[in-house]
Structure formats: C-alpha cells, structure tokens
Design a protein around this ligand. Structure first.
Ligand SMILES: [Ca+2]
Length: 457
C-alpha cells in the first residue's frame, strides 16, 4: 500500500515546480499534534471573517489544507468528542449528551490514542480532549487535565455562588495567568521531550476557550472596538421552522447577569460576541505558540498538525445562543490540517465529517486504519485538492436527525416535525422550505439518504 507519507516523500524528491512546504523524514513516523478547540465556530480569518483576528490559525491554514465544509456529528461536547475519538457515528442510544463517555457508549472500541499507542506512539492527553478526564484513560500514557473550568481572576468575581458567576471577564493579566497559557507551556515541554526522546508522539491540545465563560486576558478584548461589534443579522426563529428546532440556551442562562428566560438584550449580546472573539483570539495566540515551538525545535517538518472545533456555536443567529441545534451554526465546524509533504494553501470544498478524522490521521501517519471505523480518510481529497467530498454529512441531537448535502440541509424529528434549507438560495437558513410542494422530491431524496445511513449503523 502506498501511504500518503511515502507518496509525499516521492513527490518531494521528484517535484521541481511548486516544491512542498515540508519534506518528511523517511526513517521516522511523524508526530501528531491534535488541537481541539472547545466551541469554536468557523468564524475565523481563514474562513473569510473580517470581524475576528486569528492570525495563527490562519497561518496554519495557509501552510496546509482548510476544509470549507466540515460537519460534526453531534452539536454538544461529550457526544461529539466520543464520536470522533472512536470514529463511530452517533445513534439514538450512543453519544447523546454533553457528558457522553466513549468507554461507556462504545466499550472496548479502540480510540485514536490507543491505536497510535499500539503502533508505538507516546500518547498524551493535554487539557479537554474527552469530556471526562478519565474516559478511556488506558489509551494515554499521560493525562494532564488541571482545572480549567470557570477560572476567574478579577477580585469582584471571586467566591460568587455558582449561579451568579459571570459569563465573561477580561482581567489585565498575562497569557499564563488563565489556564490556556499554562496548557500551551506544558505542551511545548512535551514537544521538547519528543525531540529529546526521538520516539513518535501523539500530542493533544484541548483548549477550553471559547467555551463559556469568555474569560481571556484584557489584551485580547482590546483587539476589538466594542462599539463596532456587529449583532447577528438574523436574530429570529427561521420562518416556518418548527419549535423542535429551537431551545432556551440554558447553558448560557446558568451564568450571572443573564436573564432566566426571554431574549438577550443587545447590550449583553454585544458583550457576549466581544467575549467570544477575545476568547477565540486568546486560543489562537496559544496555537501560535505551539506552531512557533514546533518550528524552533525543527519538528514542523515531521509533525502532523490537525485542528478542529468540537462543534459550532450560535452568537444570536436564529434567536439562539450556544450549540445544541441542528442548524448549520451548530454543526459546521473548523477543520485545518498541515502535514509533512502537503501542498500549502489548499482549500477543500467537499463535504467531510468528524468521523473522517480518525482514518485521516491514520493515513497521514502511515498507519493502517482499524476495521471498525465508519468514516473515510480525507487524504485523497487533500491530494487532489478540489476532489469531490462525501455525498452527505449526518448529524443528530437527541431525537432530531439531520443530513447535509452540497445544496440542502434537512432535519426531522420522527414524524413530528421537519425542516429543509436550501443553502444555494438561503445559506444562513432563514426560511424553512420543507412544506413547499416544489421540494417534495428533494425531501424524498434526503429522507432516503437518512434511512440508508441509519441502515449502515
Ligand atoms: Ca464544546
């Protein structure tokens, strides 16, 4: 079997025009740096946003491949992570809730780190990779998971009862005073160890910002002019959409200063968006530190860097906040990969899914993939640049099931409710057209895709 790596080595020798960015070493397995950013939506510079500042993830994308249409399987932390870490789709019984565990829902299934560990890699879980620290603990040589949830530094935010803890703060402190800076430092120490020991490493970096609360050093808040923060231009329930599609964003309402019910005021909304941007730029800067360290250690020529969010996030679109929906805002996610030998600056438009991460990492590292995987390697798409993606991506949240094709996104809740969005004419999903008779045939084909998908599980 010709692996991607061996092909790249051949190309790096033979290619005269457009020489690859990296040249892989033939004698050693590549390291992997797997970066999972909590609640990161694809509102990044490299995804075309002019509002947010993410120069380091943009740099990574410019050096590798950016997937324009990557979809997660479940729009909530634990379930999404258990799915992509095992390479299995969710079902009505498996990977359902935010605290879903892979070792309970898919016992005995070899996850990504265990597969790499079995293939001679040292595997280290840094930060939030699984939702639960101890999920599939045996897959790791080390688990580093200091408390990084609801860490407040401003004096007025200390010691508050849980329900009064605020949704954002921007203390005038250094990067390392909030947890993500210290996490980056620890990962850089792991890189130095990898360099020193010379054994292949599967390193992870699970950054918990921009998950709520939006706590980030003030300097990242200062990147943005509060008066120029733009509210979502579709802050309403999509026309003709069922109530099943909506939720009360109780995750956000669990913070002090957020009303228990009803809409979010424009003032609070602008603070939330500002905080989300600041938290994203903070994590982006930590990603930059990791990329710089790889370069300084001269390891970037033999390290695969794979970056994703775990699902999307609503910032007021559809009158929603947080995730937990079957709208594109919850399911569409960033996915950026840079690998030795890869052509720089590729943008892959085809549809891909998070179940594809596991087989892709295997092929990039030159490993055979385990037989239980339900996704497929994206390496052929990366190699071909513009090659076609999947016919469809499949997502679900509790009883709601969703299928996304190049043009449409269709969801249904049994026979109770359904919705269809035409991304060609309505990319923001503002009008449900499932009951328009002209779409009857489209509905039939989308339902067939869903049924055929479920039959494979
Ligand atoms: Ca999350």
């Amino acid at each position: 079997m010709t692996t991607f790596r061996s092909l790249c080595i051949a190309l790096s020798v033979l290619s005269f025009a457009g020489s690859p960015l990296f040249s892989a070493s033939e004698n050693s397995s590549p390291n992997v740096l797997f970066i999972v950013v909590d609640d990161l939506r694809p509102e990044l510079g490299c995804y075309g946003s002019e509002a947010i500042q993410t120069p380091h993830i943009d740099r990574l994308a410019s050096q590798g491949s950016l997937f324009e249409n990557a979809y997660c399987q479940v729009p909530v932390c634990g379930a999404s992570r258990a799915s992509f870490m095992t390479g299995l789709y969710p079902t009505p019984e498996r990977f359902v809730r935010y605290f879903a565990r892979a070792d309970e829902d898919a016992p005995g299934v070899v996850d990504i780190p265990l597969w790499f560990k079995n293939n001679g890699y040292t595997t280290i879980s840094n930060g939030k990779i699984y939702h639960d620290r101890d999920d599939n603990a045996g897959s790791w040589d080390e688990i580093h998971r200091p408390n990084d949830f609801r860490v407040y530094l401003l004096p007025e935010n200390q010691g508050l009862p849980f329900k009064e803890q605020v949704a954002w703060e921007g203390a005038d402190v250094g990067d390392d005073d909030y947890p993500s800076g210290r996490l980056a430092n620890k990962i850089i120490e792991d890189m130095k160890r990898a360099k020193r020991e010379g054994t292949p490493f599967f390193l992870t970096a699970g950054f918990t910002k921009p998950h709520l609360p939006f706590n980030a050093p003030k300097k990242y808040w200062d990147l943005y002019d509060a008066s120029s923060i733009q509210l979502a231009d579709n802050p309403y329930q999509p026309i003709g959409s069922p109530s099943h599609a909506m939720h009360g964003f109780h995750e956000l309402r669990g913070y002090g200063g957020i009303p228990d019910e009803g809409p979010i005021s424009d003032e609070i909304a602008k603070n939330l968006i500002h905080g989300y941007y600041a938290s994203t730029s903070y994590t982006d800067a930590m990603v930059g530190r990791l990329l710089d360290a790889l370069a300084e250690l001269e390891m970037d020529g033999n390290t695969i860097v794979f970056l994703i969010g775990d699902h999307g996030w609503q910032l007021g679109e559809h009158a929603l906040w947080c995730k937990h929906s079957l709208f594109k805002t919850s399911l569409h996610t960033p996915m950026v990969v840079r690998a030795p030998g890869m052509q720089a600056g590729q943008r892959v438009e085809g549809i891909v899914e998070f179940v594809d991460i596991y087989p892709t990492l295997c092929e990039l590292a030159g490993l055979e993939a385990p037989t239980h995987l339900q996704g497929r390697s994206l390496v052929p798409m990366i190699e071909a640049g513009a090659s076609a993606g999947k016919e469809a991506a499949f997502g679900r949240y509790h009883r709601g099931e969703c299928v996304k094709t190049e043009r449409y996104q269709y969801s249904e809740w049994g026979n109770q409710a359904r919705m269809l969005y035409d991304h060609q004419t309505d990319p923001a999903e503002n009008r449900n057209v499932s009951e328009d008779p002209v779409n009857a045939e489209v509905i039939r084909s989308m339902r067939t895709l869903l049924r055929e998908h479920k039959e494979t599980l």
